[in-house]
Design a protein around this ligand. Sequence first.
Ligand SMILES: Cc1cc2nc3c(=O)[nH]c(=O)nc-3n(C[C@H](O)[C@H](O)[C@H](O)COP(=O)(O)O)c2cc1C
Length: 210
Amino acid sequence: MKAKLSHQEIKKESIKEKLHPISKLIRERKTTYASSYSDKRIPFEVLEEIITNALWAPTHKMTQPWRFELLTGTHHEDLGKYMLDFYKKSLSKDQFPESRYQTTLEYPKNATMLVIVFRRSERIEIPEWEEIAAISCAVQNMWLTCTALDIGCYWDTAIATIQYCDTILDLKPNEKCLGIFYMGYISDTLEKGNRKRKSLSKKMIENHKK
Ligand SMILES: Cc1cc2nc3c(=O)[nH]c(=O)nc-3n(C[C@H](O)[C@H](O)[C@H](O)COP(=O)(O)O)c2cc1C
């Protein structure tokens, strides 16, 4: 049986229904951690579509300053071991109790892991921030595509993650790892979180010049 909605909730629901599909997609995009992924694998053609959408992001002077590496095979176990070792060494027993060891070890188990590599253009001089802004657009394209395809995902830039990638990638002097984009089909047990944003009035003003 459907629970009754309050007046406030009905108002919110009807606003949602009126949203343009692109606004709906943007507002439904969210972070889903790898611990919530099921063991259902993402088909390779689907991954290709997600990553192709990253390539369609805008870049200043068309530098396209990225490349991606898909981590497969024993990376799932090795990254878990690396994270466990890293947090044991860098955190106190209180911050990282033994009860978290197994979940940390198994964290990447069900995830599809795409390393994001920033490849700085050697041909065209563009400020670094513009290149990183362009990569962020590429990541957002993947994030939105995953949302549309009911695939959970998020961008992980933790030190342990980046250090692991640095040990396994053959990075050139003009390249830098910017983390892992985690993806996976969401297990049925995931509960809906309460996501919020500051209001438009707090973030936008009109600057009118006469
Ligand atoms: C550049 C960038 C780096 C991020 N790195 C991490 C991270 O290392 N660990 C993490 O838990 N979340 C990370 N996130 C996800 C954010 O925590 C998340 O987007 C934010 O809490 C808002 O939640 P939402 O994505 O559900 O709207 C990152 C997001 C961005 C844009």
